[in-house]
Write a new protein. Structure first.
Ligand code: RB5
Length: 152
């Protein structure tokens, strides 16, 4: 699976750690930055390109990390076709994919530690959308908003 990862300074250390661990599982990782720790950088500069790559299906799933995960989540959900969620527990990491077909997980690098983040990331990447009719119906009601927002 090809996945994208992005962060600002608040998520930099966690991103580096998740990259190292993901490589050991042979994931194909595209890093959208930040490429170095910069206390003055801005999460949209990295999270938005990641979201666009998810939307364009250049990567299958994304991991967006800022200090709390909140800014990353707000920014990435502005992009059509992205379904991102701020998740800090394992139940939501799989149910968010199974029921809601999320394609981006957002994490707070200042909120959770490496071990829990790693369990959450592995759970997210290992989960699949159930495809159940009721979930498709609900997602279709959300998807129409993409088109309303973009005027199409
Ligand atoms: C940056 O200091 C911090 O505000 C950012 O990483 C994030 O937590 C925003 O939601």
């Amino acid at each position: 699976m090809r996945i994208g990862i992005a962060c600002d300074h608040g998520g930099f250390n966690l991103k580096q750690e998740m990259k190292i661990r993901l490589k050991t599982l042979n994931f194909d990782i595209i890093d959208f930055g930040a490429s170095a720790m910069d206390d003055d950088d801005d999460y949209p500069d990295y999270v938005v390109p990641l979201g666009k790559a998810v939307s364009a299906k250049e990567v299958e799933r994304g991991i967006a990390i800022c200090g709390s995960g909140v800014g990353a989540s707000v920014a990435v959900n502005k992009i059509e076709g992205v379904r991102g969620a701020l998740i800090h527990d394992c139940f939501s990491a799989h149910q968010g994919v199974e029921d809601d077909n999320i394609n981006v997980i957002c994490l707070g690098g200042r909120v959770i530690g490496n071990e829990l983040a790693w369990e959450i990331v592995r759970t997210f990447l290992g989960a699949s959308f159930s495809g159940a009719e009721r979930h498709r119906r609900r997602l279709a009601k959300v998807a129409v908003l993409d088109h309303k927002e973009s005027g199409r």
